[in-house]
Every structure is written in structure tokens, then in C-alpha cells.
Design a protein around this ligand. Sequence first.
Ligand code: C2E
Ligand code: MG
Ligand code: MG
Length: 754
Amino acid sequence: MRQPVRLRAVTRSNTALAPSARWWHSEETFRELVENAHDLIYSIDLEGRFSHVNRAALRVCGYTREEMLEMNIAHLVAPECLAKARHMIQCALRGEAPELYDLDLVTKDGRRVTVEITHRLVLEDGIPVGTHGIARDITERRRAERLEQDRMRVLEMIATRQPLSEVLDHLVRMLERQNPDWRGAILLQRENRLYVASAPSLPAEFVTRLDGIRVGLASGTCAAASYWRRPVVTQDIATDPAWAELGHAALQAGLRACWSVPMITGTGRLVGALAVYQTQPGAPASSQFQLLQMTSGSAALAIDHRQMTDELAYQAHHDSLTGLPNRVLFEERLHQAIHAARRAQLQVALLYIDVDEFKLINDTLGHPVGDLMLRQVAWRLSGCIRETDTLARMSGDEFVIVAGGLQDAEGARRIAEKVLELLREPFPLDGQELFVTASVGISVFPRDGQDAGSLLRAADAAMYRAKRQGKNRLQYHTPEMRDALEERFSVETHLRRALDRQEFTLHYQPQFDLRSGRLCGYEALMRWTHPKLGAVSPARFIPVAEESGLIREMGAWALGEACQQARRWQAAGRPPSRMAVNVSAIQLSAPGFLETVREALEQTHLEPASLELEITESVLLRDVEEFARKLRDLRQLGVRISVDDFGTGYSSLSYLQSLPLDTVKLDRSFVQGLKKSRSGLPLVQAVVAMAHGLGLWVTAEGVETHQQLEAIHQTGCDFAQGYLLGMPKPPQNGPEHDALAALRLPERWSPRQD
Ligand code: C2E
Ligand code: MG
Ligand code: MG
């Protein structure tokens, strides 16, 4: 059990240890306290000469007592602090309440010591005879504070993406502030060499020798630290074998010691080495060593962070497949090229390169081979340009070249010809030799456009022209293309809002059965009336809608609307007829088209057999298998399929045989061929006969005259449609024009006997 603590009676021996009042008041005691104090305590006379100094003052300043008593305080204070020191002493002499001052002193061996200091007036018999001061050495505290500030600043610099060189300079200066004897350096490693990234205080000549040293054991301390991936200390450069090669240069620069720490990132990657040099031989104290390691860690962090952000920036500007600049970087470069050309009054060529039939390679040989091909194309194209030009991959099989500083537009032709020529060589791919060609569209600044956007559109339009003219060729942009482009642009802008603003309507053109002479159906034709542009013809807006993809929404609307109209007419007790709706390839190839058709039928309760989809022939050519499958699905719904504008594309009737179709619509040009002479007749007759042979119905489009009607009738055509038989009209006019047509037809009409 613990005894309660009791105050013991004061014994004699205890009284001997306790300071007595006499002891405290003795002058000797005070002298002893002052002498042994940790702080610097001294007095100076009215001139500033030291009259008393304690041991701490001697220790810190490095002078003997005799020396110090000969000195004036001004000799001790660092030059930039003299004014402050003078002010402090004057305040004390005036008897003002003492304040704390921070001052730097310079010691006998030239070191700097920071002290916190107060001065008080000393009076003798009421007369001022001088002042005495108490100073505390706060060098270490200040250094730690400074270090903390510097480290915070480094983190801030990293976070705010200051240039790496500035961050590294700051780190080196931080070391040098911590230890004025040091000259710091940071070297970055690339492959097997070290390059100086920061060495603000090392002599320039020595830095030149240091730059590019080989990692290893003969090129100094940093090279060895990188080699071993651990800190290396050279106490004396003059004797260290690691300095065999560079020692002379170092010694000439006045450097004797070097301590280096490798810079290793959090993931263990070596990025370089940090070093400090000293003019005196020696090894680091453990606190110094810690400081070096901490700094090396910060430098590695900064470098790693920068390399990571650079990597991200690179990825944002480059195409991962080919490594070429991507669209973003291309646009930047094009802007720059235009800017430079404008100042130098030169020209810039923009080449838009599209690989012909690339889709075929992808579809038949697979994407991996397609990717390989694109990489090889990219590689070959890069051989067509100068170092100052930019080759970029825009998307898929589209590449662009920006060539600046051209004297004339002809320079672009040379590049384009080289492109076509380099691609002519076969590509060894997938164990076989593949051949590709490309179509190149060229636009030139300032001729074809003043800014990046219009130059790109111009080159793109020229490239399309090259494709249409048969591919494997180059095509300059022309003013006509520009006008077409501008118009297309304005149509597209307005078209985007047309659906929401309900600017579309459908007109219906009747179709007649040539055997009975009766109305058998309608074709729904889209009409667009824009408040400013007025009525815009489908020939103008349908291609734009197709290219911009707007056709999908527009087509779905037309389908729904036409089905609804057909239902309305049926409900009004009109004779049963079919509704034909035009369908664009874009709609058909988009996923979900089958659903769109099904929905339109379900929502309007129209029988599928009453719906016919007209698909333009040229479209059918593209992807036979895929289209055949889609058409089959549609037909399974119960709708009819017809090929529109037959005869304008390339397809033959035998080709149509492989597709699930119901009707062929002979293009207007066939009917027009019958207009004056009858020379066109045998051709049409043959086509109709062959179509019938394939089990297809034939409709003649664009019948404008009685003559044509009769001729068409003779060919054995099944149905006819044209201005003669009925104009496309809004639905409210429907019954009237049917009546009209019905009236007109029998007059001149004698049903064919067959
Ligand atoms: P298309 O499907 O071949 O339509 C027939 C075009 O010929 C219509 O032109 C029609 O007004 C016109 N036409 C009819 N009879 C005669 C005639 O006797 N003589 C002459 N010279 N022309 C006649 P439109 O309405 O200008 O349509 C042009 C094309 O736009 C259509 O050709 C069709 O391919 C497309 N189109 C129209 N509406 C739509 C639609 O809703 N969707 C899609 N995808 N395309 C549509
Ligand atoms: Mg049509
Ligand atoms: Mg047509």
C-alpha cells in the first residue's frame, strides 16, 4: 500500500540546498547565472562597444572574450540588419519599453546566426551609461520555418502547374537557403544519361561538363547514385575514383565534396538524381542527409506529376492507334499555320485524305487487319510531309495534312501526288498483299477559306467530289463547291429546327393501275416550307438530311404521318389503296428501323399490306447481305418493298433478283425517253419483261403526257404515276384530284387487253 505523502520537517541538510535570500542577492550568483545562461547576454556602452559578454555570446559568435570586448556591436550585426539594430539601441537609450527584434549576426567564421533580441537602458546613479541585451539563437527555428514555407510553395507550384524547371529551381534554392555552403543540382535521367535540369548556383562551365553524363561509376557522385539507386557520398572529390573523369572540372570550379540522392517516384521509377556540392571536403550530418532525402522525394513527386500530366495531355492530343495528332491538335496546328501564313503573306494547304473502300477491308478481313492497315497508311503518309507540316488522323480512315508556308497552291498538288503514289505500293498484310487507293480533297488558305472551319469544310467537299469522280485522285476545291457548301450549311441549320416547328407536311401523289385504269395508291412526298427560305425542294433538303443524320427523325415522322393519312382515308370509306413512303438508306441501315415501321403500323392500325416502302436503288448496292436481311424482316411484317428510281444507279435486274422485293419503279428518265420518238420503247419493254420474269411489278414514274402514258401502257408496265395523272397534293385536296383523275382517265383510256 502506498503511504500518503507527507511534508517532512525541514532538516538541516535540506536548508543547505535551498537558495537563501542572501545567496539570491549576492552579485556573484547573478554573474554566475548570466555566465551560464543559454541565451546571449551582454552590455554595450553608449558608443556600442561591448563592456560585458557571457559565455553563450562567445560560443555563438566564435570570438574570445578579449576579442569581443574590443569590438563594436555594429561589427557583429549583418550589414542589412544594421539600421534595425541602431533603431533598437536608440529606443533602449530613450528608456522605451523593450521590444523583441529579429536580427542576423555574422560569426567569426562567417556563418549567419539569427537571434531574437531585446535591449534595455542601463543607468548608473540615474545617468545612462549604455544598454544591455539578451539575445536568443533562433537560427534553427527560422530555418525550419523557412523549410516549411519552401515545401508548401513547392506543393503549390506543382498543383498550379508551374513549369517543371521553376519547381526544380525552387527546390535547389531551398537547399541552398538551408545551407549557404551548398550548391545544389538536379539531373534528370533519359535513357542511360543524366541531363542537368537545375543548377542555378554551379559555375556554368562545370554545368556544361555535367550535362549528359553517363549513368555509371566513373562520372561523379550523381551518376553513381543513379547507378546504385541509393544515396552516394563523396567526401573528397580529389580522391574519389568515381570522379576520375570529371574530378578536374569539379576541382577547378572550386568544388570538393558532393552528396547525391537518387530521385525515385512513389511507383519505384528512377527519374534522376539530386546533389549538393560543397567547397570543403566532408560528409553530411544526419539532419542534412534527411533534408537531401526529403528534397529528392519532393523533386521526384514534381517530375512524376509533370510526366503524368504531360502524358495525359499527349493522350488528349494524339490518336492511340497511329500515334498521330488527333483532331484537337490538328485544329490547333491549322490555326497556327493560318496565323503564320497571314503574317508572312504565304499560303496554307489542307489535304483531306480518305482511304477508298476501307470499309470493305474492315468487313472482309476484320478490324485487326483494318487497324494494321491504318497504321501502315499513317506511316506512309508521314513520309509525304516536311517536318513543319502536320499529319493528323481525323477519324476512321480519314487523315489530314496541313502544309504551311507555301508560295502557291501548286505546292499542295505535289504533296497530294506523293500521297497517291506512296499508297500505290502494295501493303503486305495478313499474309497477302493488299492494294488501297485514296481520294484527296485540297483547300488552300486564303483562297478557299479564311478560318480553320471553312478550310476543313472546303477540303472535305473537294474530297467528296474526288470520290464521286471515281476515287484514287486529287481534287482542288472550287468556288462552285463553296457556294454549294454554304447553301448546304444554311439548309442544315434551318432543317435542325424544322421538325420541332412543324414546318414539314406531306403531299400525296396518286398511282394508277394500268390494267383497270383505277387509282391504286399514293406516294407520300415530303414538303418543307421554311418561313424565310420559302418552299424548299426535297432535292435540296433530303441529301442534307441524309448527310446530317436528321433524316432518321424526319423519316420516322413521315412514316407515321402517311400511315395515319392512309387510315383516315380508309375510315372515310375511300376505295382501298396502298400508301408508298420513301425510305432513305440511312434510315434503313440505322438500328431500330423495323421497330419504327412496326410502331407506325400499330399506332395507326393500318394493315401492313397497305404500306409500301420505296427504297432508292443506289442505296441497295452498298451492303447486299445486310440489306437483304433487313428487307426480309420488313417483308415479314407484311409491307411491300419497291426499288425507287430504277435505272439511275448501277444495278442490274439480275442483281435485284437476290433481294426480296415487290416492285421496281422505273425512273422518270426512261419515261422521258419515250417522249418524242419511240426509240426508247424497246429498252423499256425489255426492262419490263425482265422484271416480270423476276416476279416484280413495274411502276412508271413521271408520266407527263398522254403520249407517254400510251407508250408506257404498251410496254406492259403495271402502274403509272406522274403529273398527267395527278400532282402531289396536300391531303385535304385528295378526294378532288382523285375524282379529277378518275374523270380524265376513262376518256382517253382503253384498258389493255391481256
Ligand atoms: P421520288 O421518290 O422518285 O419521287 C418522285 C419525284 O418526282 C417527286 O419529286 C415528285 O414530285 C416528282 N414527280 C412526280 N410526277 C412527276 C412528273 O410527271 N414529272 C416530273 N418532272 N416530276 C414528277 P419530289 O417531291 O421533289 O421528291 C424528290 C425526291 O425526294 C423523291 O423522289 C424522293 O427520293 C425524295 N423524297 C421525297 N419525300 C421523301 C421522304 O419523305 N423521305 C425520303 N427519304 N425521301 C423523300
Ligand atoms: Mg419515291
Ligand atoms: Mg423516284
